[in-house]
Write a protein that binds this ligand. Structure first.
Ligand SMILES: [Cu+2]
Length: 346
C-alpha cells in the first residue's frame, strides 16, 4: 500500500519516467526551439502562413465551445447529427415527460391524500392491473430507447471501408498522429500563450488574434483530414489512459495503452474548417493541456498537405477512384495492413 501511495504521489508531481521523457520530445517538436544558436524571436523555420492548408483560420463559434452556449455542438457528420437528434429529441422529451409525470403524481398524492382531506386511509395493498401496468410501461420505454440506441452504437463502431486511416496515440501530454498509408507522422503540442514565462526564446506561441484557435485549445500541429471521405481513427496510448474527443464529430473514445480502439468519421463535404477537442480522460498533471485540432480540407488540399509533410501518395489515393480496388499493387516491401485489409477483418 505504501508503495502505491508513493507511486501516486510521484505521478501527481509529474515525476514518473514517462512524464520525465515528455518534455524532451515536446521541445524537439516545438519548431522554433530547434534553432539553438538563433538569437530569439522569429528565427529559422518557415513562418506560419495563416489561411494555408494546415493553418486555416478557424471560424469563431464553429467547432469550438461558445461563451454561454448550452447543448451539443453543431454536428458536422451524418452520424453525429443522428446521435444529436436522438439525444435532443427522443431522449430529452422522454425523460422530461417522465419527470413531469412523476412530479405531478407526487404533488397530486400529497394534496389529495393529506390527513385532513383523507382521514381514513385505504387498506388496499395490491392491485394486479396497476402492478402489471407499472412494470410493463417502463419496460416498453426502455426497449423503445434501446433499439435505436444499439443501432446507433453499431453504426459508430462498424466503419465502412476507409479512405484514410489515422493512428492516434495519446502521450503525457500531447498527441501523435500517424498516417500509415502515406508515411506521415508528427506530434501535436498545445500552443502556449504569448508572454507565458515557460516559453523559451524562439518558441512559437498562440496567435493572440485567435488564428490558431481559442486559448487552451490551439495546438502547434493539426490533424488534417479530407471532407466527404471515410476517415478511420485507430486510437491508442503510450503511457496512461487518455481519451480522444472531438465534440463536433460526436467522437469520444478511450486511448488505452496496449490496445487499439477504432472509430470513424465522415465529415460533410461542405463542412471544411477547424474543429477542436481535448483529451477527455484524467491522465495526469497536464491533462487539461493536450488539445486536439482537426482541420477538415477538400480532398485536393489533403493531397497537397500530405505532399507538404513529405508523405507519399503512391497507391494511397483516397479510394474515391472507384471500387475497382486491385489498382493497389501489393508491393514487395512489407507494409502495414492497409485500411481495406484491416476493414475486411471486421
Ligand atoms: Cu490525456
Amino acid at each position: 500500500m505504501k508503495l502505491i501511495g508513493w507511486a501516486i504521489a510521484l505521478a501527481a508531481a509529474g515525476l514518473t519516467p514517462a512524464a520525465a521523457q515528455a518534455p524532451a520530445s515536446a521541445t524537439t517538436d516545438n519548431v522554433t526551439a530547434a534553432a539553438p544558436a538563433a538569437p530569439a524571436a522569429t528565427a529559422a523555420p518557415a513562418p506560419i502562413v495563416y489561411g494555408s492548408i494546415g493553418h486555416q483560420i478557424p471560424t469563431p463559434g464553429v467547432g469550438m465551445p461558445k461563451p454561454g452556449g448550452i447543448g451539443i455542438e453543431e454536428q458536422v457528420t451524418p452520424l453525429g447529427r443522428r446521435a444529436a437528434h436522438f439525444h435532443d429529441f427522443w431522449l430529452m422529451w422522454t425523460i422530461s415527460l417522465i419527470s413531469v409525470f412523476v412530479l405531478a403524481l407526487l404533488l397530486w398524492t400529497i394534496f389529495r391524500y393529506r390527513r385532513s382531506a383523507n382521514p381514513t386511509p385505504s387498506r388496499n395493498s395490491h392491485n394486479t392491473t396497476i402492478e402489471v401496468v407499472w412494470t410493463l410501461v417502463p419496460v416498453l420505454i426502455l426497449v423503445g430507447i434501446a433499439i435505436p440506441s444499439i443501432s446507433l452504437l453499431r453504426a459508430q463502431y462498424s466503419p465502412p471501408p476507409a479512405d484514410v486511416t489515422v493512428k492516434i496515440t495519446g502521450h503525457q501530454w500531447y498527441w501523435t498522429y500517424e498516417y500509415p498509408d502515406y508515411g506521415v507522422s508528427f506530434d501535436s503540442n498545445i500552443l502556449k500563450e504569448k508572454g507565458d514565462p515557460t516559453l523559451k526564446p524562439g518558441d512559437r506561441y498562440r496567435d493572440p488574434a485567435g488564428r490558431d484557435g481559442p486559448p487552451l485549445l490551439a495546438a502547434d500541429e493539426r490533424m488534417v483530414i479530407p471532407a466527404g471521405k471515410v476517415v478511420k481513427f485507430i486510437i491508442t496510448a503510450d503511457d496512461v489512459i487518455h481519451s480522444f474527443a472531438v465534440p463536433a464529430f460526436w467522437t469520444k473514445l478511450d486511448a488505452n495503452p496496449g490496445q487499439l480502439n477504432e472509430t470513424w468519421v465522415k465529415v460533410d463535404a461542405d463542412k471544411t474548417g477547424v474543429y477542436f477537442g481535448q483529451c477527455s480522460e484524467l491522465c495526469g498533471a497536464r491533462h487539461g493541456f493536450m488539445p486536439i485540432n482537426v482541420e477538415v480540407v477538400t480532398p485536393d488540399q489533403f493531397k497537397q498537405w500530405v505532399a507538404s509533410k513529405g508523405g507519399t501518395l503512391a497507391g494511397a489515393k483516397p479510394a474515391a477512384t472507384t471500387a475497382a480496388a486491385p489498382a493497389q499493387p501489393q508491393p514487395a516491401t512489407p507494409q502495414p495492413a492497409t485500411n481495406q485489409a484491416a476493414t475486411a477483418q471486421n
